[in-house]
Design a protein around this ligand. Structure first.
Ligand SMILES: Nc1ncnc2c1ncn2[C@@H]1O[C@H](COP(=O)(O)OP(=O)(O)OP(=O)(O)O)[C@@H](O)[C@H]1O
Length: 253
């Protein structure tokens, strides 16, 4: 069980109206949804211990992740953040290998396997600076997977990916029985892959629970200021069609 225990954000002036409390059974996925700037990345970085929390904790299999040393935490939890830093000429395989915890031996077989699974074998000696957005995204995902942890935090894993790589990589992650918290902008992708969704807006939890409980027209209007039609897709998950942006529904319009 992964337990987010009365967690309150402390960075970037963000504060949740109510501290976050949530239980995610091992192997399940939680999708974070919400408009730009609502705090999805800040929450993920807080859960990863990269930003401070003002209160609360994160527990996995009865261990407190936020109070363990960074080295201990690196065995339990990996985070993939949006990549925007130059890599000083490092190649794809060197960047992926950086995911190895410092006290573990480099596993070349696992590295080769991951490069193949992420469609990066032919690019392994290419400098990261020469890759497309989607190729960089696959490299960063492979780096997080290389850490080989039971918990993964993914900031917009779907970014830049074409539909083949998107579904191939998300299915690959699902097959590995990982416990995942990931942010998404595409609600339909989130609904397809996640067991639970948390919808944030204006410092509030608009809704949290199973995708069909969260993705309702009323919640989407409140959070995003859009008119939406929700049906059940062929996979049995909610399917959202956004009809358009509403007037006057958000305070910045
Ligand atoms: N390094 C930073 N310094 C100061 N403020 C920041 C920083 N990073 C983010 N913020 C602010 O914190 C708020 C939440 O940002 P965050 O990146 O967590 O949102 P998000 O939900 O991930 O947004 P998006 O959907 O656009 O990626 C925003 O108002 C943003 O301006």
């Amino acid at each position: 069980m992964l337990l987010i225990d009365h967690l309150q954000l402390a960075s970037h002036g963000l504060r949740l109206a109510k501290p976050l409390e949530l239980r995610l059974p091992e192997g399940q996925w939680l999708g974070l949804l919400g408009p730009n700037g609502c705090g999805k990345t800040t929450l993920l970085k807080t859960l990863a211990g990269l930003l401070p929390a003002s209160q609360g904790g994160l527990w996995f299999a009865d261990q407190s992740l936020l109070t363990m040393t960074p080295r201990e935490r690196a065995h339990q939890l990996a985070i993939m953040v949006q990549h925007n830093a130059p890599c000083g000429g490092l190649t794809v395989e060197q960047v992926v290998a950086l995911g190895k915890a410092p006290d573990r031996v480099l596993d070349r077989t696992w590295l080769d396997q991951l490069l193949r699974l992420c469609g990066l074998s032919e690019l392994r000696r290419a400098p990261l600076e020469r890759l497309s957005g989607g190729q960089v995204q696959r490299t960063m995902l492979a780096q997080a997977l290389f850490q080989d942890t039971p918990v993964m935090l993914l900031d917009e894993p779907a970014n830049h990916l074409d539909i083949f790589h998107l579904h191939h990589l998300l299915s690959l992650l699902r097959q590995r029985s990982l416990t995942v918290i990931a942010s998404f902008h595409d609600m339909n992708v989130a609904a397809q892959y996640c067991d639970q969704l948390l919808l944030l807006a204006d410092g509030e939890q608009v809704a949290c629970g199973a995708p069909e409980q969260v993705l309702t027209p009323a919640h989407l209007q409140q959070a995003y200021g859009v008119d939406a039609h929700v049906t059940t897709g062929i996979h049995g998950r909610p399917q959202v069609t956004v009809l358009g942006a509403c007037d006057n529904r958000r305070n910045w319009i």
